[in-house]
Design a protein around this ligand. Structure first.
Ligand SMILES: [Fe+2]
Length: 393
């Protein structure tokens, strides 16, 4: 996330140099996949899951590879919330097939799996070989959902197969070299996936904007992503065949990814990670349930209230008072969630009161330790997180 490289007094005076990353190259629009025709890879490895395979979404990619005479192998064992066991298998696959390019095609899990495989591949080679002989395959991310922004971030989340704990990986080595946003790949997503992933995008942008690590660069990406979500998510939920809107949602997802990669996320994500791994509830759904309640908690902080108010004004909610503007923004998120037919509480999402109460201690402890918690504008304690969880029942 956003790094303050040097905030120390130097010989020349105080330095507050910071860093903003703009990798990878982004190719977007209908038929953006054709950009691969200009590349002449020798051997490709495709990382994906069974659903993408069954939907026939690999065919446009494999056709281009065949036309170009590129040999390819497919690793199709990715599962939702990718696990360390899957990453291990993927790593062996890469070591055996020695590709010069890895295509990650699918939702966040496929892209995170490929990123984690590249991460461990690099670690392995650096441990056992001289740096000169390390040939890292190029990584090309082709998202088939508009939500995670994983195609432009240096993060991957892998679930430990033995403990069920989510392991966050962070390294620039995982930043894809190219992100191909071809809206044809997202058309087959059912409307509930469009809703969940779109609300994940909105959470990324909102959390990146109100984080204390936000900066002028990340702000511009976050605000544009929010505008695009408010304009195109509900119509796309109602009619998923509109390629123009699908393209806009892909762009929003990528922009929100750039925003949080260079700012931070907050406790909506910390709690969503904890709830998601405990109850196997979709990540975007968890975020959507949590978001308004977390906003209400954050409004207790002057800075966060001012930042929510700026977003509200950007969306056209003109109120003088920051508190009123922030409440208007929160109510608009609730309305958006309702229009997208997403549950507004954990009970509505199918959990029972008892199972949530029985897990309260674990959920709060896990969320407190989550790497996103430190990015939140208002520092929570365990009692705060318990309060948020209880109000979701
Ligand atoms: Fe997310």
């Amino acid at each position: 996330m956003y790094r303050q490289i040097n905030n120390n007094r130097t010989k020349e005076g105080i330095s507050n140099m910071r860093e903003f990353n703009v990798k990878p190259t982004i190719l977007y629009g209908i038929n953006a996949l054709d950009s691969i025709r200009e590349k002449h890879y020798k051997k490709a490895c495709i990382v994906t899951d069974q659903t993408i395979l069954k939907l026939g979404l690999l065919e446009p990619l494999t056709q281009v590879l065949k036309d170009n005479g590129t040999l390819y192998e497919i690793f199709d064992e990715v599962v939702p919330d990718t696990t360390s066991a899957v990453v291990e298998k993927g790593l062996l696959h890469i070591i055996h097939s020695k590709p010069d390019v890895v295509f990650a095609i699918g939702g966040g899990s496929s892209i995170d799996t490929a990123k984690a495989v590249i991460y461990y591949f690099q670690q392995l080679k650096e441990t056992f070989m001289s740096k000169d002989v390390i040939i890292k395959p190029e990584l090309v991310a082709i998202p088939t959902t508009a939500g995670t922004g994983s195609e432009v971030t240096e993060y991957a989340v892998v679930t430990d197969s033995k403990t069920g704990v989510k392991i966050p990986l962070t390294s620039k080595v995982m930043l894809p070299d190219q992100a191909i946003l071809d809206p044809r790949f997202t058309v087959s997503a059912p409307n509930f996936i469009t809703a969940d992933t779109g609300l994940d995008t909105l959470t990324h942008a909102l959390e990146a904007y109100v984080s204390k690590e936000a900066n002028d660069f990340s702000d511009s990406y976050a605000l544009k992503a929010i505008t695009l979500i408010y304009e195109h998510l509900v119509p796309s939920f109602k009619d998923g065949s509109d390629l123009f809107r699908r393209e806009k949602l892909q762009i929003a997802s990528t922009m929100a990814g750039i925003a949080f990669n260079n700012s931070a996320l907050g406790i909506t994500h910390s709690l969503a990670h904890a709830i998601g791994s405990r109850f196997h509830l979709a990540h975007g759904k968890c975020n959507a349930i949590l978001m308004p309640t977390v906003m209400e908690f954050n409004m207790g902080d002057d800075y966060a209230r001012k930042r929510y108010s700026e977003i509200a004004k950007h969306l056209g909610f003109h109120f003088e008072d920051d508190q009123v503007s922030s409440i208007a923004l929160m109510e608009s998120v609730k309305l958006l969630r309702k229009k997208l037919e997403v549950p507004s509480s954990l009970l509505e999402a199918g959990l029972t009161r008892n199972e949530v109460i029985d897990s309260l201690d674990d959920l709060t402890a896990t969320a407190m330790k989550d790497f996103c918690t430190k990015g939140n504008p208002r520092t929570p304690n365990e009692r705060d997180l318990r309060g948020i969880l209880l109000s979701l029942l």
